[in-house]
Write a protein that binds this ligand. Structure first.
Ligand SMILES: NC(=O)c1ccc[n+]([C@@H]2O[C@H](COP(=O)([O-])OP(=O)(O)OC[C@H]3O[C@@H](n4cnc5c(N)ncnc54)[C@H](O)[C@@H]3O)[C@@H](O)[C@H]2O)c1
Ligand SMILES: [Zn+2]
Length: 376
C-alpha cells in the first residue's frame, strides 16, 4: 500500500516474509548512501519472538554498521528519559546524518523510534517493522511520532515520515490474544469511517471470534492501512479530514485514562465507538440498524461494549482535556452509514445531557472542553 506524500511517499508492505526478505526491502528503502543502521527493538518482543535475532542478523548482512539497542517493553519506552538514552547511544555509536533508525516493535516502539529519528542530528531517516496488530494498522503509518509526559500521553512529538513500513504478519504469532483483539478495534473503526468491506470480512468470522492464524489478518491489515494512507495523503498534518481517524477516540481516550490504562487502547476505542454511535443516533445521524450492527460485531470479535457500566461524570470530565483545545466546541466524529464518517461540533453540555441521564450522575461533571488528541 502506497502512502502518497509526493517526494516523501513510501510503501507499507504487508505479508508473511522471511527475515532476508524484510532486510532486503528495508535496505532498498533506506538507500545506498546509508552509513550505519541503529535497530531499536521492543524488549518484550525481543524476549518472546524468535523472529528478532534472524532479522537483525539479516540486516547486518546487507547494511553497514548495524547495531541493536533494546528498549523497555511497550509504553515504558515512550518518555523523554528513554529518548535521551537512545540519542546518547546513537551518538556514542557514531551515527552521522546519513545514519538510519529501524524500529521493531509495537506502537510504543515505533513512536519512540520515529521521534528519536526526527530529532537526532535534527532528523535522520527511519523505517519501521510493526509487530502488534495495532502498530501494523495504525501507529506505524502516517508519520506521527512522539512520547508521553507525566502530564499526559503523546504530548511531545513531531511529524516525521518513515522510508518504509514492513508489516510481517509472522510477528503476530507471539502476540497475546488480548492485544490482537484490541488491534481489531482500529480495523472496525476503519470499516465504519471508510470501508464497509472490512466490516463484512470480520462479520464472516461469525461468533467464532478473531482467528489465531496470522495470515488471516492480511486483508484486514491491508484494508485498514489503505484507509489510513488515503486519509493521511489528503491531510498529512491533521488540519481537517484526518480527524475522522478519531472516530471512537474522544470518549475512548477518556475511558482509557480513567481506567488508569487498565483498558487497552483498542478496548477503550471499542467503547468509544459505542458512545459515538449512541450520540449519533440521538442526533439523527446514525440509524438504529447501524448501531446494532456495530455492537454485535465488536462483541463477536471479543471487544467490550458495556459502555453504560463504565461511563460516568468523572470520565466525561476528561473529554477535551487534551492538548489541542479548540474553544468551547469538541469536534466529534459520527457515523451516518458504514463507510460514511461525519465531523460535527458538540459541546461538553451535549455530551453530559446525553450520557448522564441516570439519577445519581449529578450535574456539572463535564467541565473541560477541547479537541480530542487522537493519534490518526
Ligand atoms: N503514531 C501514531 O499514529 C499512533 C497511532 C496509534 C497508536 N499509537 C501509539 O501506539 C502505542 C500502542 O501500541 P501497541 O498497542 O502496539 O502497544 P505496545 O507497543 O505498548 O505493545 C504492547 C505489548 O506487546 C508487546 N509486543 C509487541 N509486539 C509483540 C509481539 N509480536 N509478540 C508479543 N508481544 C509483543 C510489547 O512488548 C508490549 O508489552 C501507544 O503508545 C499509542 O499512543 C501511535
Ligand atoms: Zn487509536
Amino acid at each position: 500500500v502506497g502512502v502518497e506524500l509526493g517526494a516523501r511517499r513510501y510503501d507499507v508492505r504487508i505479508g508473511s516474509f522471511t527475515a532476508d526478505e524484510v532486510a532486503g526491502m528495508l535496505a532498498a528503502a533506506l538507500g545506498a548512501d546509508v552509513t550505519g543502521v541503529a535497530v531499536l527493538v521492543d524488549g518484550g518482543l525481543a524476549a518472546c519472538s524468535p523472529r528478532v535475532a534472524p532479522l537483525v542478523a539479516a540486516l547486518a548482512g546487507r547494511l553497514p554498521r548495524v547495531a541493536r539497542h533494546d528498549l523497555p517493553a511497550g509504553e515504558a519506552c515512550k518518555n523523554l528519559a528513554e529518548i535521551e538514552r537512545t540519542a546518547e547511544w546513537l551518538a556514542q555509536n557514531g551515527y552521522d546524518r546519513r545514519g538510519a533508525v529501524i524500529g521493531i516493535g509495537g506502537g510504543a516502539t515505533t513512536d519512540h523510534a520515529g521521534f528519536a529519528a526526527s530529532i537526532y542530528l535534527r532528523g535522520v531517516r527511519f523505517a519501521l517493522c510493526p509487530t502488534t496488530l495495532l502498530a501494523m494498522v495504525d501507529a506505524s503509518v502516517g508519520g506521527k511520532t512522539g512520547v508521553d509526559l507525566p502530564a499526559g500521553k503523546n504530548l511531545v512529538g513531531a511529524f516525521h515520515q518513515p522510508r518504509a513500513v514492513i508489516a510481517d504478519l509472522g510477528f503476530l504469532d507471539t502476540l497475546p490474544p488480548r492485544e490482537r483483539i484490541a488491534g481489531l478495534a482500529e480495523v472496525v473503526k476503519c470499516g465504519f469511517i471508510a470501508d464497509p468491506a472490512l466490516l463484512a470480512a470480520m462479520e464472516a468470522w461469525g461468533g467464532a471470534g478473531a482467528p489465531a492464524a496470522a495470515a488471516a489478518y492480511r486483508p484486514l491489515v491491508a484494508g485498514a492501512v489503505r484507509v489510513k494512507a488515503a486519509v493521511v495523503a489528503e491531510d498529512e498534518h491533521e488540519g481537517g479530514r484526518r480527524a475522522i481517524l478519531n472516530f471512537g477516540h474522544t470518549v475512548g481516550h477518556a475511558l482509557e485514562a480513567a481506567s488508569g490504562y487498565a483498558l487497552l487502547h483498542g478496548e477503550a476505542v471499542s467503547l468509544g465507538m459505542i458512545a459515538a454511535l449512541s450520540l449519533g443516533r440521538a442526533r439523527g445521524i446514525t440509524p438504529e440498524p447501524l448501531q446494532a450492527r456495530a455492537r454485535r460485531l465488536l462483541k463477536d470479535v471479543g471487544l467490550p461494549v458495556d459502555l453504560e457500566a463504565r461511563l460516568d461524570a468523572s470520565v466525561l470530565a476528561r473529554v477535551g482535556v487534551d492538548k489541542k483545545r479548540q474553544g468551547a466546541k469538541i469536534r466529534f466524529v459520527f457515523c451516518a452509514a458504514a463507510g460514511d464518517a461525519r465531523l460535527e461540533d458538540v459541546t461538553a453540555g451535549d455530551l453530559a445531557s446525553h450520557f448522564l441521564t441516570s439519577p445519581g450522575a449529578g450535574p456539572g461533571g463535564a467541565r473541560a472542553i477541547g479537541d480530542d488528541e487522537g493519534h490518526g
